[in-house]
Write a protein that binds this ligand. Structure first.
Ligand SMILES: [Fe+2]
Ligand SMILES: [Fe+2]
Length: 376
C-alpha cells in the first residue's frame, strides 16, 4: 500500500514537472527549475545536472553546486560512465565504487554517499548530459524505484532542455535576420544618421521606465527597430527630398507606416514577436486620433508599443528634421513634446521619457559614437 502511494505521488510529481518545464522557453529557467525539483521530488539531499560540451569532450555543471562551474572529461566519474553507456547507474556506496570521481565533492565540500545517475537524452536519442541525485534524505540508499522515477524525470528534462535550446537557436537566427533588415532599410532610407537603432534604444528605455515586463520591452524594442520598414516602398524623390512635401507626395510618404505593418505581417513572426505589426502600423497615429493612417484606433486603443515608438521617433525627427525644418538639440526636442501631450502623444509615455532624459541622451551619444566608428 505504501509502495502504491509513493508511486502515485511520483507520477503526480512527474506530471507537475512536465507541465512546468514544457511551458518554459528559457534554458536557464528550465535548468534551474529541473535542478531544484529533481532533488525535491527524489527526496534527495542534492541534485546535479551536467551538460555535454561536445567540442571540448567535457561534461560541465550548469546550475548544480552553486555558482561555480565544474568541468571534467566526459568519460570520467559515474556521470561519465552513465553518459558513455547510455544507461542509469545506481551507486549504494560512492566511495566504494572505483568509477566515483571524488574531485567534485572536494570542490563543493559535499559528501556523497549514494547516488543515481541517468543520461539526459533528446527525442532522437542523442545524449546531451547527465542528471544525478545524491544521498536520500532518509539516509537509506536509493533503490530500483528511484532509478525508474529519475529515468522518467530525466526524459522530461531532456526534452525541455532540447526545446529551450531550439528556441534559443531560432531566436538567435531571427535576431540576426532582423538586424540585417534594419541595416538594409537604414542604408536605403536614412541620411547617414542612425535612426531605427536609436528609436529602438529609446523604446527600450521608455518601456522599462513605464514598468513593462522584460518580454514586452523586447517586443517594443524590436518593433522600434523595424517601424520604418515600409519606407522601402517610398520613392527616393520623396524620401530624400529635403524640403516640404506637396499634397500629392505626403500620402505616399505616410503610407510607410501601414506598409511596415503589412510587410511584418507577411513575415508571420511566432513567439514573442507575434503581432508586432500592430505596433509599427500605428507609430504615426496621434493619441487624440489624428496622424496617420486616418481613422483607426485612438488613445488607449492604440497599442502601447506604438505610442512609445511615436514618442521615441518624434524626439529624433525634431533633432534631424527631414523636410527642411530647423533642427533642435536633444533637450529642446524632448521638451517640445510637452505641447502635444494628450493630443499627439500619450502623456504617460512623454512623462516616462522626461524621467529618463539622462539615459536617453546617453543612448543618443552612444549611437552617434558607434556610427562615427563605423564611418572612420
Ligand atoms: Fe515612420
Ligand atoms: Fe521613424
Amino acid at each position: 500500500m505504501e509502495k502504491l502511494a509513493s508511486k502515485v505521488q511520483g507520477l503526480e510529481l512527474l506530471l507537475k514537472l512536465t507541465l512546468e518545464l514544457c511551458s518554459e522557453r528559457s534554458l536557464e529557467k528550465v535548468l534551474e527549475k529541473a535542478w531544484a525539483e529533481l532533488a525535491r521530488v527524489m527526496k534527495a539531499e542534492r541534485s546535479s545536472i551536467f551538460l555535454l560540451d561536445e567540442e571540448k569532450g567535457e561534461l560541465f555543471s550548469f546550475v548544480a553546486l552553486g555558482a561555480q562551474e565544474i568541468r571534467f572529461p566526459k568519460e570520467k566519474g559515474i556521470a561519465g560512465a552513465s553518459l558513455t553507456s547510455g544507461e542509469p547507474i545506481l551507486v549504494a556506496d560512492a566511495y566504494g565504487d572505483p568509477r566515483f570521481n571524488p574531485a567534485i565533492d572536494s570542490a563543493t565540500g559535499f559528501r556523497t554517499r549514494s547516488m543515481v545517475s541517468v543520461p539526459l537524452k533528446v527525442p532522437n536519442g542523442e545524449r546531451i548530459g547527465v542528471v544525478q541525485v545524491l544521498n536520500r534524505k532518509d539516509g537509506r540508499p536509493f533503490g530500483k524505484e528511484d532509478v525508474a522515477l529519475l529515468r522518467a524525470l530525466a526524459s522530461v528534462v531532456g526534452v525541455a532542455i532540447h526545446t529551450a535550446q531550439l528556441y534559443r537557436e531560432q531566436q538567435r537566427a531571427t535576431e540576426a535576420v532582423i538586424h540585417s533588415i534594419v541595416r538594409a532599410v537604414e542604408m536605403r532610407t536614412e541620411r547617414g544618421i542612425p535612426h531605427a537603432p536609436l528609436v529602438s534604444s529609446f523604446c527600450e528605455i521608455i518601456g522599462r521606465a513605464m514598468g513593462l515586463g522584460e518580454e514586452e520591452v523586447r517586443r517594443i524594442r524590436w518593433a522600434g527597430g523595424l517601424h520604418d520598414l515600409g519606407k522601402l516602398s517610398v520613392p527616393d524623390r520623396i524620401l530624400l527630398k529635403g524640403e516640404p512635401l506637396t499634397d500629392q507626395e505626403r500620402p505616399v510618404y505616410e503610407s510607410h507606416a501601414l506598409m511596415s505593418g503589412r510587410l511584418l505581417e507577411k513575415m508571420n513572426f511566432q513567439g514573442e514577436l507575434a503581432g508586432i505589426e500592430d505596433l509599427v502600423s500605428f507609430h504615426h497615429k496621434h493619441y487624440g486620433g489624428g496622424g496617420f493612417p486616418p481613422g483607426g484606433p485612438q488613445r488607449e486603443e492604440i497599442p502601447l508599443g506604438a505610442r512609445i515608438i511615436a514618442v521615441s521617433d518624434a524626439i529624433w525627427c525634431r533633432m534631424y528634421p527631414r523636410w527642411g525644418e530647423k533642427p533642435m538639440g536633444f533637450q529642446e526636442a524632448l521638451h517640445s513634446l510637452a505641447e502635444g501631450m494628450g493630443v499627439v502623444w500619450d502623456p504617460k509615455v512623454v512623462e516616462a521619457a522626461f524621467q529618463r532624459r539622462a539615459e536617453l541622451e546617453e543612448a543618443l551619444g552612444k549611437s552617434l559614437a558607434d556610427q562615427g566608428k563605423r564611418e572612420a
